[in-house]
Design a protein around this ligand. Structure first.
Ligand code: MEV
Length: 303
């Protein structure tokens, strides 16, 4: 039986996506109900096998360009001449803001170090995972990789601060998938274009920054209603930054009409997932049903 060389979980950004790219604080939590394992075995040629590709690494699809570059650079750096087959088994949905690309980058980097028995630190994993993330996302803040590596909730400020802190709200987070691929690289780049065009957009980034800090305070004081309101306000600011979409807005509205304390998109936006904060499992299950009635995939996570 093959042994996994690295396991990573998914993640959810609770608040602060997009503004985190500009050095503002954000809060992210690990999503332990979805995960990814990486296996490596000897092979005649370098192969990769995952959900959307199986074959020689040199012929892999465009989706795998980040991972391919990471593996090639790793082989070059450590003068590796052996051929391997990398198998990525994942139930983290792709391109849904749930951290599938960061989990693959971290998982593959860790598995390579482990398989070739090369001494490394967590900093090394971060650096190698970043090679792939930069290609996939263009200008990643690093929050996705950091929450996945820490496997704990993080309060994160780019290049400055990573504070892990417990979230124990006795509440539930509904994670609803629009079923549409998120477009992180595109939305991050479009937000930059808006910021270059008109200073009013920096106002929304500043608002998100304040909301992230308020959210941290509400989490620490277990002020659920205030946290929910803060999430709604964050969604409004993300709408102003033009990263929401009709289906994200529709799902946020359904959640709020069905007793969520607050709801917002999570991750890059224009697709991917939204989250709704619920005070009871009953409310969360009811919202789940409503989403399933319109054909959406849903997870519930206790927070
Ligand atoms: C993506 O999960 C979160 C964004 O803020 C991008 C980033 O932080 O790199 C949209």
């Amino acid at each position: 039986m093959k042994n996994s060389l690295a396991t990573s979980h998914g993640k959810i950004i609770l608040i602060g996506e997009h503004s985190v790219v500009y050095g503002k604080p954000a809060i992210a939590i690990p999503l332990k109900s979805v995960s990814l394992d990486v296996y490596i075995e000897q092979s005649d040629k370098n192969h990769i096998q995952c959900k959307f590709f199986e074959g020689e690494l040199c012929e892999s699809s465009e989706d795998l360009i980040g991972i391919k570059t990471l593996i090639e650079k790793f082989f070059e750096e450590f003068n590796i001449e052996k051929n391997i087959k990398i198998i990525i088994e994942s139930d983290i949905p792709n391109e849904r803001g749930m951290g599938s690309s960061a989990a693959s980058s971290v998982g593959v980097a860790r598995a390579l170090f482990n398989y070739f028995d090369i001494k490394h630190t967590e900093e090394d994993i971060l650096e190698w995972a970043n090679i792939s993330e930069k290609i996939i996302h263009g200008n990643p803040s690093g929050i996705d990789i950091n929450v996945i590596m820490n496997n704990k909730s993080v309060y994160f400020i780019r290049d400055k601060k990573i504070e892990t802190f417990p979230i124990n709200l006795d509440a539930y987070l509904v994670i609803g998938d629009t079923g549409i691929k998120g477009k992180t690289k595109e939305t991050v780049s479009d937000v930059k274009t808006l910021l270059d065009k008109d200073t009013k957009y920096m106002g929304y980034i500043e608002n998100l920054s304040i909301l992230s800090d308020e959210a941290k305070k509400y989490i620490e004081n277990k002020e659920l209603e205030n946290l929910g309101n803060t999430m709604n306000k964050a969604h409004e600011n993300l709408q102003k930054l033009e990263v929401s979409s009709r289906s994200l807005d529709e799902m946020v509205n359904i959640a709020n009409q069905n007793k969520a304390l607050g709801a917002k998109l999570t991750g890059g936006g224009r697709g991917g997932c939204m989250i709704a904060l619920c005070s009871t499992l009953e409310i969360a299950n009811n919202i789940k049903e409503k989403f399933e009635e319109i054909g959406k995939e849903v997870w519930i996570s206790k927070i």
